[in-house]
Design a protein around this ligand. Structure first.
Ligand SMILES: C[S@@+](CC[C@H](N)C(=O)[O-])C[C@H]1O[C@@H](n2cnc3c(N)ncnc32)[C@H](O)[C@@H]1O
Ligand code: SF4
Length: 377
């Protein structure tokens, strides 16, 4: 039976962090209407997906834990009643430490959520304040312990590197702290100064002291070394997991498998095309009030474009591109198209090749852009 993964976007947060350009905003007036509309969207797809099984679900944002948990329960209830859910492998909810309490944790557990992905960024309280986070490191630790005591045994923590005034010691202390708490998975993102953010405003005014690019790389390498020494396998450029705790949902994106995105601005890869929803909240609510779809655009991806996308996303994975998987998906040997490119980068030390796969070397991960360019048409 065909499978697909489901992403549900909850765009509400307590407060906007200074670095964040995700489609998310403070304010709760629209929550009830928005969550009803997510259910209307689920209803729109129900018949077309009646022969599909849901593989994984990711409730992301924004901060899904910032709204009343009953809204999340209603959505999950609708899914269980109307979709094929017997073989769901993983249901993740994104959480912000300042927004968890015992009742929420209990309800999430009751409705089948089995993975928590919590944003922390740093354990240094001064850094947390300087990037506009709503919580302290102490509040993070108590949220984390509460989730553990409620029975969640699969928890990811997001950390950031390259933050203004962050030192290598800050970063290592944060990673160490999260490892000591026993996180099953750690995502480690290099700060990107996004256009529509407060950090970008400060940056343009010359008010930000950012680590140099060399320092950013040094932080990254030290972090990778520490995580690997402590038993976290790096399975993607920014993601580290204890054995068997890789995020199944994200692997769907990286392997370019089918997914449906619901809610504001979400993207889908389903029915042999890509399509995406509006990012305008008013339009989203108005169009669903009329019982129509909030899709803003769609495109059919030609096979050759999908092939390049598969290679570029696959190279971000530490297992790289598995030659047999490539062949069965695209009906052609990797060698037939890319022999010269592979030879060039194996010679240059950026790619490693064996009988089964090709993957980036350590140096290749730092210079992945160069390799990616050569795989493009
Ligand atoms: C949707 S948020 C996570 C959940 C929750 N909203 C929170 O922040 O606690 C996803 C993650 O993206 C990362 N992120 C957001 N903006 C970023 C940026 N500009 N540069 C690098 N990482 C970023 C952060 O690590 C954040 O935790
Ligand atoms: S990082 Fe998370 S909490 Fe902060 S604004 Fe973005 S989505 Fe909201």
């Amino acid at each position: 039976m065909s499978k697909f993964s489901l992403y549900i976007h909850i765009p509400f947060c307590e407060k906007k962090c200074y670095y964040c350009d995700f489609v998310s905003f403070p304010g709760k007036e629209q929550v009830s209407l928005y969550m009803d509309n997510i259910i209307k969207e689920l209803a729109l797809y129900k018949d077309r997906l009646s022969s599909y099984e849901i593989d994984t679900i990711f409730i992301g944002g924004g901060t899904p834990t910032s709204i009343e948990p009953e809204y999340i329960a209603s959505i999950m209830d609708y899914i269980y009643q109307n979709y094929k859910t017997n073989h769901i492998q993983e249901i993740t909810i994104e959480a912000n430490p300042g927004t968890i309490d015992q009742m929420k944790a209990y309800i999430y557990k009751q409705i089948g959520i089995n993975r928590i992905s919590m944003g922390l960024q740093s354990l240094n309280n001064n850094l947390l304040k300087s990037i506009g986070r709503i919580h302290s490191s102490e509040e993070f630790i108590s949220s984390y312990k509460l989730l553990r005591s409620t029975g969640f045994d699969n928890i990811n923590i997001d950390l950031m590197l390259g933050l203004p005034c962050q030192t290598i010691d800050d970063l290592i202390n944060s990673i160490d702290g999260v490892i000591n708490l026993g996180a099953n998975h750690i995502s480690l993102y290099s700060l990107i100064i996004e256009d529509n953010t407060i950090l970008n405003k400060w940056y343009k005014k010359g008010l930000l002291e950012l680590p140099s690019e060399d320092m950013d790389r040094e932080m990254y390498h030290k972090a990778v070394e520490l995580l690997e020494n402590k038993g976290y396998k790096q399975y993607e450029i920014s993601n580290f997991a204890k054995p068997a705790y890789e995020c199944k949902h994200n692997l769907i994106y990286w392997k370019v498998k089918p997914y449906l995105g619901l809610g504001l601005s979400s993207h889908s890869n389903l029915f042999n095309k890509r399509f995406w929803n509006t990012s305008n909240l008013k339009f989203y609510n108005d169009i669903l009030a009329k019982g129509k779809s909030p899709i803003e655009g769609e495109e059919i991806i030609p096979k050759d474009v999908e092939l390049v996308e598969y290679l570029i996303l696959g190279l971000r994975l530490n297992d790289g591109i598995i030659k047999e998987e490539f062949k069965s998906r695209f009906n052609i040997e990797l060698d037939n198209i890319y022999r010269k490119v592979i030879d060039k980068h194996v010679k240059g030390g950026l790619l490693y090749e064996d009988e089964k796969s090709i993957k980036l070397t350590k140096m290749g991960r730092d210079l992945s852009n160069m390799v990616e360019l050569d795989f493009m048409p």
